[in-house]
Design a protein around this ligand. Structure first.
Ligand code: SF4
Ligand code: SF4
Length: 287
């Protein structure tokens, strides 16, 4: 079972929720926690799992064999990302590393077999274990834009090594391609929102994405405010259950700043996250 924890924007408490859920599940079962927020992974600040192995995340990068290249320009024409340019006058083929997505189209289509590939290192994949928690994290190098490719790489790697029955994914914030890739395999999407008009606006976008993908969903309202009712009204109208409300309280912010999950902060929260998991389990079983 895959549970993706997503939010329409950053700073909603998505990581607090995902790590608290993982800790609560781990009391009873083995659970994998996957941090796919590759531009800014921070789950392990809370989970504190010792890393036992690191691997390079890489993309194939085309390199030109000038012995064979005729400067025909086919590679430039087939590249959808404008990452390769042929300068016929100066007899040069330039590959722009940061734009190249490593799709292999230029190599495949070169009529003269003048392209070979090398590995371009774009980030680090790390993993470790602590008790019942298996932890996996993708971390993109600073200045890289190939977020979706890094997520795809991590997901491919996980298919080979992750054998836990339950996986909690911490998705990147927003609603673009990386989020879609993080939700793709989910049996359940847990949406985390802040109880403000801005939070609701962004959550609606994330909700729209998950709905289009036909995902089962639940909402957790963070920093819940008594006077603001629109989040609950939206949930009611769309028939999505609000599974938990985390009150706006300085002591939770303090626990967050100290890197403590809510499930560790109090037994009451741990039990509430266990209940959230039981609900998700039943929903997925009945699907
Ligand atoms: S397609 Fe091949 S031969 Fe043609 S310009 Fe590109 S690398 Fe050179
Ligand atoms: S590998 Fe793909 S993205 Fe990179 S230069 Fe070739 S065609 Fe363009």
């Amino acid at each position: 079972m895959v549970i993706t924890v997503a939010s329409g924007k950053g700073g909603t408490g998505k990581t607090t929720v995902s790590t608290s859920l993982t800790v609560a599940i781990s009391r009873q079962k083995t659970v994998s926690h996957v941090d796919l927020d590759v531009e800014e992974p921070d789950s392990n600040i809370f989970l504190k799992v010792p890393i036992k192995r690191e691997e390079m995340i890489w993309l194939p990068l085309p390199v030109i064999d000038y012995e064979k290249c005729t400067f025909c320009g086919v590679c430039q024409r087939v590249c959808e990302y404008n990452a390769i340019f042929v300068f016929k006058n100066t007899k040069e083929v330039k590959v722009f590393d940061q734009l190249c997505r490593g799709c292999g189209a230029c190599k495949e289509m070169c009529p003269y077999d003048a392209i070979y590939e090398v590995q371009r290192y774009i980030g680090i994949f790390s993993y470790g274990e602590k008790g019942n928690i298996r932890f996996y994290e993708g971390r993109l190098n600073v200045g890289e834009y190939v977020t979706t490719d890094a997520i795809r790489w991590v997901k491919r790697r996980l298919k080979k090594i992750n054998d836990s029955e339950i996986t909690v994914i911490d998705a990147p914030p927003g609603t673009s391609c990386p989020v879609i890739h993080s939700m793709k395999d989910a049996d359940f999407v847990l949406l985390v929102t802040e109880d403000t008009p801005f939070g609701l606006f962004d959550m609606k976008l994330a909700y729209g994405v998950a709905k289009k993908m036909n995902k089962k969903m639940g909402i957790i309202i963070n920093k819940a405010l008594p006077g603001f009712t629109e989040t609950r009204e939206f949930a009611k109208k769309e028939n999505v259950p609000v599974l938990m409300e985390i009150p706006f309280d300085r002591k939770f912010a303090k626990a967050y700043a100290e890197g403590i999950t809510l499930s560790e902060y109090s037994d009451e929260f741990r039990e509430r996250f266990e209940e959230v998991f039981s609900y998700i389990e039943k929903e997925v079983e009945n699907a």
